[in-house]
Write a protein that binds this ligand. Structure first.
Ligand SMILES: Cc1cc2nc3c(=O)[nH]c(=O)nc-3n(C[C@H](O)[C@H](O)[C@H](O)COP(=O)(O)OP(=O)(O)OC[C@H]3O[C@@H](n4cnc5c(N)ncnc54)[C@H](O)[C@@H]3O)c2cc1C
Length: 376
């Protein structure tokens, strides 16, 4: 595996469970000790279960009570109950600290499989009759299978998928943090004019917050400016932003890949996670799809002969799914970038109607994403 993020770790755990001898090369000196929260949707909850990970989380970290979409004046646009969504999608969404998820996956690796502080470069993707070759700071290694999980700026993709489209700007900047415990925080996402802001309580009482601000709305220069921007928003938003340590706030300009490469396989190399299908975070599926990639890889690609052909079949299964999820993420992100009062007024009215007619959170569009089950 090249990369020790969610995609690389999940692939390594899945492959090790099927008898592969795995090594994860991660160029960072340690695994992401910082980071904010992450929502693990029902499809990915089942992917974690297939990896033998996180059974204990199912009750502990599940989204509880009412949650939904609101306006910055606090009025609900769409509202659902976690029980209802849980029975509809077969599982509840989990909300975790990202370091917790990464730690669970890393703990499920065979001993010694993780090599941090080590970069990997694919120098030959291999073929049916030739192993792949990876150059590391420890020398060259040959491999029957290489999983490139090296993120949105994947050097593997740039070199071995020269026709794959490069990342493009998503039109907004996001801030993420985990705030100290604050009683009474209710899971909500607020849509304002060019601003989308989420509040998600974690099992230990801390609160995961994220906010994206569209370029058209003017990007705040610093945390103080961001705090001023949400000062009049409903409780507990201002308090959460006031309480956070500025050092704990992550800021990223959002980017995405326009589409996945024509195939996610090249020779003996599989492209997974953001390297293959980086998407906007509005659907909360980037990491979930990386988990699915790994689980399906483990199920479809066995040690022994025929790895390139098996990878092509894996790609044929995964590519259409991740492309659909990328498209849906972009569709959901688009109205969060709108800044005009008229456009956002129409948007909000449409969401309220959708809530009334659909009964709950756009469930029809989400069902194919959330209903995924691992291969048996
Ligand atoms: C604001 C925001 C909110 C999000 N919220 C959610 C959410 O709620 N739910 C969800 O499912 N997803 C969410 N996502 C998406 C999710 O974070 C990503 O899709 C996921 O982390 C991708 O994992 P990855 O392993 O593919 O890539 P990365 O996490 O980018 O990992 C790549 C790793 O590869 C390493 N690496 C790179 N090159 C090399 C090399 N040559 N050699 C060795 N190591 C290398 C890097 O150091 C890095 O550790 C969010 C994203 C953003 C930006």
């Amino acid at each position: 595996m090249i990369g020790g993020g969610i995609g690389g770790l999940a692939s390594a755990v899945a492959l090790a469970r099927r008898g592969w001898d795995v090594t994860v090369l991660e160029r960072a000196p340690s695994l992401e000790p910082v980071g904010a929260g992450i929502a693990v949707a029902p499809n990915a909850v089942r992917a974690l279960a297939a990896l033998g990970v996180g059974e204990s989380l199912r009750d502990l970290s599940a989204l509880q009570g009412e949650y939904g979409l609101r306006r910055p004046d606090g009025r609900w646009l769409l509202r659902a109950h976690a029980d209802e969504a849980g029975s509809l999608f077969g599982d509840r969404t989990l909300v975790l600290h990202r370091a917790h998820l990464v730690g669970l996956l890393a703990d499920a690796l065979p001993p010694g499989a993780l090599r941090t502080g080590m970069e990997g470069v694919v120098t030959d993707p291999g073929s049916a009759d030739r192993p792949a070759r990876v150059t590391t700071s420890d020398g060259d290694v040959e491999a029957d299978l290489v999983v490139a999980a090296d993120g949105i700026d994947s050097a593997t993709r740039t070199r071995w998928w020269p026709d794959a489209p490069a990342p493009v700007p998503g039109g907004s900047t996001a801030w993420r943090f985990v705030a100290p415990p604050l009683p009474g925080a209710v899971g909500s996402e607020f849509w304002g004019r060019g601003v989308a802001l989420g509040v998600m309580p974690l099992a230990d009482g801390r609160v995961y917050c994220y906010v994206s601000v569209a370029e058209a709305a003017g990007i705040p220069r610093d945390l103080d400016e961001l705090r001023a921007r949400v000062a009049g928003w409903p409780t507990p938003v201002p308090a959460l932003f006031a309480a956070v340590d500025p050092q704990a706030v992550l800021r990223h300009e959002l980017r995405r890949l326009p589409r996945p490469p024509a195939s996610l396989a090249a020779g003996r190399v599989a492209l997974v996670g953001d390297a293959a299908h980086a998407m906007l975070p509005n659907l909360g599926q980037g990491g979930c799809q990386a988990l699915e990639d790994g689980v399906v890889l483990g199920a479809r690609v066995r040690p022994g002969d025929g790895v390139p052909a098996a990878l092509e079949r894996w790609s044929g299964e995964r590519r259409p799914r991740v492309e659909k999820v990328m498209r849906l993420s972009a569709r959901i992100a688009a109205p969060t970038l709108w800044t005009s009062a008229v456009a956002t007024g129409v948007r909000d009215a449409g969401m309220r109607l959708a809530g009334r007619w659909g009964g709950s959170l756009g469930t029809r569009a989400l069902r194919p994403v959330m209903a995924w089950r691992p291969p048996s």
